[in-house]
Ligand binder design. Structure first.
Ligand code: CA
Length: 168
C-alpha cells in the first residue's frame, strides 16, 4: 500500500437497489468498494476473503442476522463495522454490544454515510497506530533499547505506508 491507497469498503445489504446505491455513494466519495455481500453468511465469507478496511452492514439480513454476522466477522479480524438499521433501538444496542463502532439509522443522507465511514476509518487507523507503538515499545524494552524509540519507528512505518491512512 502507498500513501495514495484507497480505503476498501465492503457493503452488506440484501436489497439490490440499496446495495447499488451504497456502492455509488461510496465510490463517488473516493472509496473503493471491494465486495457487496447479500446476506449474513456471505458477509462473513467475503470479509474473510477481502479483508476490507471498513464494513457497512445492514442489520436486517437473510440467512444470518446482522448482529450475529458482526460478531462472527469481529471474532476473526478487527475491522470497523458501521451498522445500518431502520428498525428498533434494541437492535442498534445489540449491534454495538456485538462490536459495531456505530449505528446509522435509515433513512440517512449521503454525507452522513460518507462522514461516518471516514470517521470510523480515521479512529481505527489511530487505534492501530497506538497498538503498534505499544507493541514496538514492548519489543524494544525486551531487547534493551529505549522504549522512546517506538514513537519514531512507528511514525516511519506509518509514513512508508505500512499502515493505511486517509487520502487527503
Ligand atoms: Ca435489509
Amino acid at each position: 500500500m502507498t500513501s495514495t491507497a484507497t480505503a476498501r469498503v465492503m457493503t452488506v445489504e440484501d436489497d439490490p437497489i440499496v446495495r447499488a446505491d451504497l456502492r455509488l455513494v461510496l465510490e463517488d466519495a473516493g472509496f473503493g468498494v471491494c465486495a457487496g455481500a447479500r446476506d449474513g453468511i456471505e458477509a462473513v465469507d467475503l470479509a474473510r476473503l477481502h479483508a476490507p478496511d471498513v464494513i457497512v452492514l445492514d442489520l436486517g439480513l437473510p440467512l444470518l442476522d446482522g448482529v450475529e454476522a458482526t460478531r462472527r466477522i469481529l471474532s476473526e479480524r478487527d475491522v470497523p463495522i458501521i451498522a445500518l438499521t431502520g428498525r428498533s433501538s434494541s437492535l442498534a444496542t445489540e449491534a454495538i454490544e456485538a462490536g459495531a463502532v456505530t449505528v446509522l439509522r435509515k433513512p440517512f443522507g449521503e454525507h452522513e454515510l460518507v462522514d461516518t465511514v471516514t470517521t470510523a476509518l480515521a479512529s481505527h487507523t489511530q487505534k492501530l497506530r497506538n497498538e503498534s507503538r505499544t507493541a514496538l515499545a514492548t519489543v524494544l524494552g525486551l531487547v534493551g533499547y529505549p522504549e522512546t524509540w517506538a514513537e519514531d519507528l512507528e511514525r516511519r512505518a506509518y509514513e512508508s505506508g505500512r499502515l493505511w491512512r486517509q487520502v487527503s
